[in-house]
Design a protein around this ligand. Structure first.
Ligand code: ADP
Ligand code: ASP
Ligand code: MG
Length: 436
């Protein structure tokens, strides 16, 4: 069994959906995970924001606008009247449902339900299209098996058991279609795996069914050595280890959801990144294989806050860092980078939800300074301790960029540098010119 995930642009128009058939209709067993059509989730986010503001007029206008877009899509997608009628009914039912929220109470629970509509619609439309083409397929409802636990982590045991139960209902089924991104939470409510979460759905499902391979089909020919949205002349990397890919995803390479590598890595399932616009391109193979010492790629993660903690009590004392970390643990706030000196420790976070509470507690035993609007620039590769010269080439490239913090040696795959977000582009360009 293979798992193939197609992102928003890969299902973004009627033509793109039609083109998918050639990529999936080879008779081999597979689960196809689809995102919402591109733009849809952003549009649903806007609808939800208007509903939160009780601006029903705006919400209704946005709902109608999106509905009209889908009416055009289905006219182009289907050739036969019965399929078109079925799709019209489907669209009407989803959008009538959305319109209902303009008269009811609107909370975060309703918001999650609104956000789930994009994947529910794209998978149903594609399933009808396959039906029109006389291609047998099964639409698997992700809400019947995808679930997160109390820590908002995938509940792998539940998912594995329930995904297998769903698949077993169709012993002759070969082509399964399911929704990315959406899931239920530990209360059984509709929820999601955060933006870009369809990649995560694919690797979670791949792990659950012990897939042979997971393919992530998108609009670019694999993981590039730098962010192609910011830097010119980037190139695809043909092979990455799980560790390298996980660092790049976590530190901002948008092509992959930040935590989607882990389920594949834990089960040693290769992940291939491929381009729907150019299916013959080699793409990137992510596997347990390491491919020698080198600097492979650079990525950047914005929205970083640095917390600088100073205390004379740290001098020659033990237990100080534990006291600091316990506070972050209590407020479920992960720390990304950390550097220490004799009397100070600096660390970075991206989740600032509880920052005031954290700072208040820290201030009980140390002085605290906060620095916002920062970016972590992460240089990824294999940096074994015996090899020399990496730091020199990185800092030579960055010689004109003021650096706030450096983290080197924490892992063999990552050197992280903290800069002001205003200097992100300059840093990425400088690294591109200096390293590749
Ligand atoms: P999908 O809708 O298929 O999930 P995304 O937009 O989430 O696609 O991810 C693909 C995009 O990620 C690319 O179009 C590219 O602009 C962006 N991207 C950012 N960093 C990288 C990188 N290092 N390599 C490749 N693509 C990247
Ligand atoms: N549709 C969701 C989003 O736009 C999930 C995804 O595309 O991966 O975030
Ligand atoms: Mg994506």
């Amino acid at each position: 069994m293979k798992v193939l995930k197609f992102g928003g642009t890969s299902v973004g128009t009627a033509k793109r959906m039609q083109a998918l058939v050639d990529l999936i209709n080879d008779g081999n067993p597979k689960i196809v995970v689809l995102s919402a059509m591109s733009g849809t989730t952003n549009h649903l986010v806007e609808i939800a924001a208007s509903l939160f503001e009780h601006n029903n007029e705006k919400a209704t206008a946005l709902i109608n606008q999106l509905e009209n877009k889908y009416k055009e899509v289905i006219k182009e997608l289907y050739k036969t009247v019965p399929c078109l009628n079925k799709a019209e009914e489907l669209i009407k039912s989803h959008f009538d449902y959305l319109r209902m929220f303009t008269i009811d109470l609107f909370t975060v629970n309703e918001e999650r339900t609104v956000l789930a509509q994009g994947e529910l619609i794209s998978t149903a439309l594609f399933h009808y299209y396959l039906e029109e083409q006389n291609i047998d397929s099964v639409l698997l409802p992700a809400l019947n098996f995808m679930r997160t636990d109390q820590n908002e982590e995938p509940d792998m045991k539940y998912i594995e058991m329930n995904c297998r139960t769903e698949l077993a209902k169709y012993p002759n089924g070969k082509l399964f279609i399911t929704q990315g991104y959406i899931c239920r939470n530990s209360f059984g409510e509709i929820d999601n795996l955060k933006r870009g979460g369809s990649d995560y759905s694919a690797t979670i499902i791949g792990a659950a069914v012990k897939a042979r391979e997971i393919e992530i089909w998108t609009d670019i020919d694999g993981m590039h050595n730098n962010d192609p949205r910011i830097v010119e002349n980037t190139h695809p990397i043909s092979e990455l280890s799980f560790d390298e890919a996980a660092e790049l995803a976590y530190f901002g390479a948008k092509i992959l959801h930040p935590t989607c590598i882990l389920p594949a890595q834990m089960n040693n399932i290769p992940v291939r990144l491929l381009n729907t616009m150019q299916p013959s391109a080699k793409g990137t193979l992510i596997s347990s294989k390491t491919t020698g010492d080198s600097i492979k790629a650079v990525a950047a993660k914005d929205g970083i806050t640095a917390i600088n903690i100073k205390s004379a009590r740290m001098l020659l004392a033990y237990g100080f860092l534990r006291a600091v970390f316990e506070i972050f643990e209590r407020y479920k706030t992960p720390i990304d980078m950390i550097t220490t000196s004799e009397v100070a420790v600096s660390l970075t976070i991206d989740n600032t939800k509880n920052i005031d509470l954290i700072v208040n507690e820290l201030k009980e035993f140390c002085s605290v300074e906060i620095d916002t609007d920062l970016t972590i620039v992460c240089i990824v590769g294999s940096f074994t301790a015996e090899k020399q010269g990496y730091a020199v080439s990185i800092f030579e490239a960055l010689k004109n960029i003021p650096i706030r913090m450096i983290s080197y040696g924490g892992s063999e795959n990552n050197i992280s540098i903290l800069v002001d977000t205003k200097l992100k582009k300059d840093a990425l360009v400088a690294l591109n010119n200096g390293l590749f």
